[in-house]
Design a protein around this ligand. Structure first.
Ligand code: HEM
Length: 136
């Protein structure tokens, strides 16, 4: 059996593997450029300035994937479903959110494996955020 010498095995978080903070900043920045132009999503965001919302999502994703825990240091436990309760997240909002996220993920140029891991999470998380049935 091949021996792995102590200290030679580099264990990296997903956060590190995909390029760290810069990658998540690029992802969410691109995503919010889409949101800013979206007639369905833009009115859902309470603040005039999308900058602080962009920062919150960036820090959340950084923390989720193993980077610094600045998100929870500032905001506490994520409780994302609860934090989305004030917003009517229906199927149309879900689809629009994922469409902008897909475009942003495509811009990153990740390896197929990393991209699949990230995308699987985002689709799962988006589905779990739906809290409002579609209008009749
Ligand atoms: C499914 C469609 C979704 C819609 C329409 C939506 C919409 C929103 C809106 C309107 C806000 C308030 C903006 C702000 O003040 O930060 C928000 C906040 C946030 N969303 Fe979403 N969201 C969706 C899915 C997701 C998903 C899948 C995630 C995580 C992967 C996520 C993570 C967050 C985070 C971290 C915040 C800030 C929470 C805080 O600290 O206050 N959202 N979202």
């Amino acid at each position: 059996m091949k021996e792995i010498r102590r200290g030679t095995l580099q264990e990296q978080t997903f956060y590190e593997q995909v390029g760290g903070e810069d990658t998540f900043r690029r992802l969410v920045h691109h995503f919010y450029r889409g949101v800013a132009e979206d007639p369905l999503l833009r009115p859902m965001y309470p603040e005039e300035d999308l900058g602080p919302a962009e920062e919150r999502l960036t820090l959340f994703l950084i923390q989720y994937w193993g980077g610094p825990t600045t998100y929870s240091d500032n905001r506490g436990h994520p409780r994302l479903r609860m934090r989305h309760a004030p917003f009517a997240v229906d199927r149309a909002a879900h689809d629009a959110w994922l469409r902008h996220m897909r475009a942003a993920v495509d811009e990153l140029g990740l390896s197929a494996e990393h991209e699949e891991t990230l995308w699987r999470y985002l689709t799962y998380a988006a589905a779990s955020m739906v809290n409002t049935p579609d209008p009749e």
